[in-house]
Design a protein around this ligand. Structure first.
Ligand code: DAH
Length: 344
């Protein structure tokens, strides 16, 4: 017993004199003295050899020794810098609120485009992108709009050059052309992108906006597939209660063609400026791909059929978030943009 106490005193001197100037050395100290196979454990192990009548006194000595080693360890740790910000560091107030990290905001058009893309992705559509500066063929000719076609006037075009004609694409249907040029059926793509038209800027019109084009070509694709796909999209985007209707329409690149309306979400179909008091808002054009368009790319129109559609991202965004002035999208006013914090 006496020898043991002397031994502990010796250890204390040794420990008091110990130095550790780096976090590594502090760790070595911890392992040597406080580790699972360290000195403290060994000394504690002596308890079983101490006669019963001395156990209480020896227990006190052991406790003191333990505290001595731990205090020394903390002192070394703080001096070496390793203890800063550790849970035992009393100088740091862990209950303080964290510092504010500003969170960025996605542009509402980006968020809505992403939402649309992910809905069509679940149906197996791949993404295709095309150039914003196009030639006449991909924007018009290939889409069954020959040079003197009156429907070209519907899309006031920004021409970059006349001969050969380079232009800013007026619709993402040009990407359809590029996809059919490079891929063989079955084709199932959506093509998001920016388009340009020579329009006077106002709340309802802009010289650039965004579209998402869809194209699905395979054997036995029918108008029922088109309707079902777009119906699914609307339900995913706007919820199960939204109503849908198709109206016959005309596009040179589809036959038959239809425009799709949904019940007005702004006024709950009661009648407002957005739905022009009809209760319905047009959200996209669509149809079965015209056989001539398929043949333009060597796709056998007797074997393959397809559907296509094109929608305006701004319009979807207007209905989803009630943005009623197109100019807001490009003014970069943070008071507008901040309202979309958290929208993904
Ligand atoms: N390109 C048309 C537009 O910009 C939209 C459109 C209508 C795209 C019908 C299509 C379609 O693919 O089938 O107004």
């Amino acid at each position: 017993m006496e020898a043991l106490l002397q031994q502990i005193e010796k250890y204390k001197q040794e420990i008091a004199a110990a130095e550790a100037n780096t976090p590594e050395a502090v760790e070595a100290f911890r392992i040597q003295y406080l580790g699972t196979k360290g000195l403290l454990k060994t000394v504690m192990g002596e308890m079983k050899n101490v006669p019963n009548e001395h156990k209480k006194a020896f227990g006190q000595v052991l406790n003191e020794f333990k505290q001595f080693v731990e205090t020394k360890f903390e002192t070394l740790q703080q001096a070496a810098g390793g203890g800063a910000n550790s849970a035992s560091d009393k100088s740091f107030d862990w209950s303080l609120p964290g510092s504010f990290v500003p969170v960025g905001t996605r542009h509402p058009l980006t968020a809505v485009r992403n939402q649309i893309v992910s809905i069509f992705k679940t149906l197996g559509f791949a993404i295709a992108e095309g150039p914003e500066i196009e030639d006449d063929w991909h924007n018009f000719g290939a889409m069954n709009l020959p040079e003197d076609h009156p429907a070209r006037d519907m899309q006031d075009t920004f021409y970059i050059s006349q001969n050969p004609a380079w232009l800013l694409r007026t619709h993402t249907s040009s990407t359809q052309a590029r996809v059919m040029e490079s891929q063989k059926p079955p084709i199932r793509v959506i093509c998001p992108g920016r388009v340009y038209r020579n329009e006077t800027i106002s709340a309802r019109a802009h010289c650039f906006f965004h579209q998402i084009e869809g194209l699905y070509i395979d054997e036995n694709v029918s108008f029922a597939d088109l309707k079902q796909t777009l119906y699914f999209f609307v339900q995913e985007m706007f919820g199960k209660d939204v109503k849908v209707r198709f109206r016959p329409s005309y596009f040179p690149f589809t036959e038959p063609s239809a425009e799709m309306d949904i019940s007005c979400l702004i006024c709950d179909s009661k009648g407002c400026n957005v739905c022009k008091h009809t209760g319905w808002v047009e959200i996209l054009g669509s149809g079965m791909v015209h056989p001539k368009v398929l043949e333009n790319f060597g796709i056998d129109s007797n074997k393959y059929t397809g559907f296509a559609f094109g929608m305006g991202v701004e319009r979807i965004c207007q209905l989803k978030y009630q943005v009623n002035d197109l100019r807001l999208y490009s003014q970069n006013d943070v008071r507008f943009l901040k309202q979309f914090t958290g929208v993904v």
